[in-house]
Design a protein around this ligand. Structure first.
Ligand code: 8YV
Length: 325
């Protein structure tokens, strides 16, 4: 038949992305612009061929198990795909795609914002100014942690970790990293590889989390590991909140073992741990890493490239997510 494949979008996307979605597909746009639970999503996607989703939509095994049999593909508007049970999808012959590469630079940029904002006490500075509490400059006012020349440990040296390292080199930082495998010299660019991530921690004035959330990384930054960081270290997270044990991080920010934290992501967001709200030394952003006009358009177009490849041309989606071994 000539019927266009029907794609259910769980969110609203940038206008140019929605235009292409509606031009090429029979698009069903979720007017709620917020995630569905499993049964509601199953009902909403009746007769659909694919779901265009985003982080926060729980495409877990239970949800995938109740999706209509017409669903052939799940395209997530994100690089992270911990919210999609790829194994459960494969068991139902549902392909999964994500949006790597196009958000690498925006996320690395915001990692530096979090690093600098935390180290240089940006939250306290803006608060002082905007609450009219600035009574004048003083030699000891809002002294922060020096950044240039310090040691940065990167947990997860993939595309984003490497882009963070590139930026940190401009600050003459010494780069340490942990990754499943060591990078070849042309990508390592002199960064110091630590096969043992625990062992790396003692070498980090700054720790940046750039690893995906997996069973192995869940609450990886815990009390024990925070204790291994030098006193006065700064923790930065622009990956997934679940990699950090919030209780442990908040405790270390309170005792001063950690000087500061710069966080763009949180476990259970948007309902984040209440303890963060009252910490002066936490520089907090509401998951904005990829939020530039250019990047969000590119993410949407990439998700559409994948949907179009499979649903319109019967090709393998270029960013097919494979079941991890
Ligand atoms: C998005 C992200 O803001 O790509 C990811 O994994 O976390 C961010 O780019 C969000 O997840 C959109 O789904």
């Amino acid at each position: 038949s000539n019927r266009k494949p029907r794609v259910f979008a769980t969110r609203h996307f940038p206008p140019d992305v929605e235009s292409r979605l509606t031009a090429n597909f029979d698009a069903v746009l979720n007017p709620e612009d917020r995630p569905f639970d499993g049964p509601a999503l199953a009902k909403a996607t009746e007769g659909c061929d694919a779901i265009l989703c985003a982080a926060g939509d729980a495409l877990n095994a239970a949800t995938i198990g109740v999706l209509p049999s017409s669903i052939r593909m799940i395209a997530t508007f994100s690089v992270g795909y911990e919210h999609v049970d790829v194994g459960a999808a494969a068991a139902r012959n549902i392909l999964v795609s994500n949006t790597p590469d196009v958000l690498t630079d925006a996320t690395a940029d915001i990692t530096m914002l979090c690093l600098l904002g935390a180290a240089r006490r940006a939250h306290e500075g803006t608060t002082m100014l905007r609450t009219h509490s600035w009574v004048g400059w003083s030699p000891t006012q809002l002294m922060g942690v020096h950044v240039t020349g310090k040691r940065l440990g990167i947990l997860g040296m993939g595309r984003i970790g490497q882009a963070v390292a590139d930026r940190a080199r401009a600050f003459r930082m010494t780069i340490h990293y942990n990754n499943r495998s060591r990078l070849p010299p042309d990508l390592e660019k002199g960064a110091i590889f630590h096969a043992d991530a625990d062992e790396m921690l003692a070498h980090c004035d700054f720790l940046s989390i750039n690893a995906p959330l997996t069973p192995a990384t869940r609450k990886w930054v815990n009390a024990e590991r925070i204790a291994r960081l030098p006193r006065g270290a700064v923790v930065v997270n622009t990956a997934r909140g679940g990699v950090v044990d919030d209780e442990a991080l908040i405790a270390a920010l309170k005792t001063g073992h950690l000087a500061a934290a710069g966080l763009d992501v949180f476990d259970g967001e948007p309902r984040i741990h209440q303890g963060y709200y009252t910490l002066e030394n936490a520089f907090l952003l509401p998951h904005m890493g990829s939020a530039t006009v250019e990047t969000r358009n590119a993410m949407g177009f990439k998700a559409l490239d994948n949907l179009e490849a499979y649903l319109l041309r019967g090709q393998t989606p270029p960013d097919l997510v494979r079941v991890s071994s």
